[in-house]
Design a protein around this ligand. Structure first.
Ligand SMILES: [Zn+2]
Length: 166
């Protein structure tokens, strides 16, 4: 593990972040660069874990319409944003061999507790909601973000928060 890490820091994806730590002049700048590096490292490790899980044999479920066992239609990339950042991995997706009109199924997503097409952690959405409600009214224009637009609950909370301040 240590050798892998050293390799990553020397020549791999994290080399640039590591150089930023090494060349930071102030302790404050070094800590900030180290934070960026730590985040990138954790996301890299997570993507490796996800890659390993995706390589395991898949137990395909039956089609909910016709009952036939679903078949793999190949590998598709998936992204998801959590509190640390965005992870990306590839996993197998399956469809009905009879062509039933069902959504593609990704058993790994289900095993990971991901809802179909969910791209952002509920924790991140809730944090965005809290931020939107608790942020000073003067910073209101900053409250409208991409995450908020997708979250109906958030819209309600923002409306509630605005109502309290009105
Ligand atoms: Zn079917």
């Amino acid at each position: 593990m240590q050798e892998v890490l050293k390799e990553c820091l020397r020549e791999g994806e994290l080399a640039q972040q590591w150089r930023a730590v090494e060349t930071a002049e102030t302790l404050e700048a070094m800590m900030a660069a180290a934070w960026v590096l730590a985040r990138a490292l954790v996301l890299l490790l997570m993507s490796q874990v996800l890659e390993a899980r995706a390589a395991e044999p898949v137990s395909w479920p039956d089609c909910k319409v016709c009952g036939k066992r679903l078949r793999s239609k190949g590998w598709v990339t998936r992204q998801w944003r959590g509190v640390i950042g965005r992870v990306e991995w590839r996993r197998r997706v399956g469809r009905c061999p009879s062509g039933c009109r069902i959504r593609q199924v990704a058993p790994l997503d289900q095993a990971l507790g991901l809802e179909a097409y969910a791209s952002t952690s509920m924790v991140v959405q809730e944090m965005a909601c809290l931020l939107a409600v608790l942020m000073p009214f003067e910073l209101g224009p900053l409250r409208v973000g991409a995450t908020h637009e997708r979250c109906a609950q958030c819209e309600q909370r923002v409306a509630l928060g605005t109502g309290i301040r009105a």
